[in-house]
Design a binder for this molecule. Structure first.
Ligand code: PLP
Length: 445
């Protein structure tokens, strides 16, 4: 066993991991990476099929990002944003505003997806105090939503497994049905669907908008729910309703942002401009922790006032706007522009779609969901009657373990096999990774 594995097992507590299982089994320790491959301590190479938890964009050891960080390191690694500004953070804010939906003109930095969402919730809450509507205190969220692991973000989350234990700590949110077509609660087929799932939202807004500060949503794809995808037009309707009833729309693009859906931001697919947008994961190309909460002048201006009015947004973290991370993010955006990454996605998305059509025919593949290079393959014990595997059987986990034997790292969410490769993957690499997934599903199910 490599020395690092020993130390890991003795000292490290891993996220979302039953440590009893972890310490009792052999584990891979990643020592290096190159392009879209991770290399373990024994020199084995693995495709990074989940982009190191949906963060990596241009591959690992991307020369331009490495160089940008090193260059910034030669100037200053970190300085506070409390009472000071820094060059990369200012430049990045300008560039984010330029690529974001029109009207999102201000950038509040933080460190990860959870903090970006936490900032949005607090900002929305305080905004209404300043606007003289202090009763607007609640948030609407979707069933099965995931917005992070801090107490505030868990409060607007909808995954019971993660929440049950913490219920007494959480504030109450109003949850509306998840717009998931395969699991449609209204049992509509596609032809009959007129986004009736938004009717419940309309009812809630009509009855309670005076108490609702904001609605938070993962646009198009509820990622951690197992890549549940909403029908076309859903997001636009949510925007229309929230605007009509005077409720702030917070679009959480932490997982969907930076090209994953085939456009820079998922909102663009439905020409939606939210009141707030949260970003993290791909913002630095997957190199460093950084997050941003973007908002409108309307919201920003509501916090203006004399110091004594106490309208300041009292929130900030030690590493907010870290110059190294912002330098990585600037290099990331430059690569998007220079390598025309978004345009280059078209054949890759099509190749994945073609291969997925074959995988859909497998006996135990119930549903395939794809939005750009975000892919979820839902396994079913009985496909025709939509009967899932028993939870203890962990069919999704077994498929992912099998895929590792063939050199692909992927992680399941329940029995949904998640495939979210770096955007830099070539058509051939995407096909090869999907071949491994197909083979692993065949062998396990
Ligand atoms: N929001 C969404 C939509 C996410 O998918 C995630 C993480 O997967 C988060 C927020 C939380 O981000 P982080 O893990 O960086 O705190």
């Amino acid at each position: 066993m490599h020395e690092a594995e020993l130390k890991d097992k003795q000292y490290v507590w891993h996220p979302f991991t039953q440590m009893q299982d972890w310490v009792s089994r052999p584990q891979k320790v990643i020592a290096a990476a190159s392009g879209i491959k991770l290399i373990d301590t024994e020199g084995n190479e693995f495709y990074d099929g989940v982009s190191s938890l949906w963060v990596n964009i241009h591959g690992h050891r991307k020369a331009e990002i490495d160089a940008a960080i090193i260059e910034q390191l030669g100037k200053v690694a970190h300085t506070t944003m409390l009472g000071l500004a820094n060059i990369p953070a200012a430049e990045l804010a300008e560039q984010l505003v330029a690529i974001a939906p029109t009207g999102l003109n201000k950038v509040f930095y933080s460190d990860d997806g959870s903090t970006a969402v936490e900032v949005a919730l607090k900002m929305a809450f305080q905004y209404w105090q300043h606007k003289g509507k202090p009763n607007k205190q609640k948030f609407i969220a979707l069933e099965h939503a995931y917005h992070g692991d801090t107490v505030g973000t868990v409060s607007v989350g909808g995954i019971d497994l993660f929440h049950r234990v913490f219920k007494p700590l959480l504030f109450t949110s109003v949850h509306i049905p998840a717009p998931s077509c395969y699991h449609c609660q209204l049992t509509l087929n596609t032809a009959a669907c007129r986004r009736q799932c938004t009717d419940r939202l309309e009812q809630v807004l009509a009855g309670h908008h005076e108490e609702i500060a904001g609605l938070i949503i993962e646009p198009l794809v509820q990622a951690a729910a197992g890549m549940l995808m909403s029908p076309p037009g859903y997001l636009a309707r949510v925007r229309e309703l929230t605007r009509r009833y005077g409720v702030l729309l917070i679009v959480d693009e932490v997982a969907t942002g930076f090209g994953r859906t085939g456009k820079m931001f998922a909102c663009e697919h439905e020409s939606v401009t939210p009141d707030m947008m949260t970003l993290s994961k791909g913002i630095t190309g997957g190199y460093m922790p950084l997050a941003a909460t973007m908002t409108t002048d309307e919201i920003y201006n509501a916090f203006m006032g004399d110091y004594t009015e106490k309208k300041t947004f009292y929130h900030g973290h030690s590493y907010t706007g870290n110059p190294l991370a912002c330098a990585a993010a600037l290099a990331n955006l430059k690569i998007f522009r220079e390598e025309k990454v978004i345009e280059g996605l078209i054949p890759k998305i099509a190749a994945a779609e073609a291969k997925l059509e074959q995988i859909a025919k497998l006996d135990h593949v119930g549903d395939i969901r794809q939005q750009g290079l975000i892919i979820g393959i839902e396994l079913m014990q009985d496909k025709s009657r939509k009967v899932p595997y028993p939870w203890e059987q962990a069919a999704g986990a077994s498929v992912c373990q099998q895929a590792r034997k063939y050199g692909l790292i992927i992680r399941p969410i329940g029995d949904v096999v998640i495939f979210m490769p770096p955007l830099a993957s070539t058509v051939e690499e995407i096909e090869e990774m999907l071949n491994i997934i197909e083979r692993s599903i065949r062998e396990i199910t």
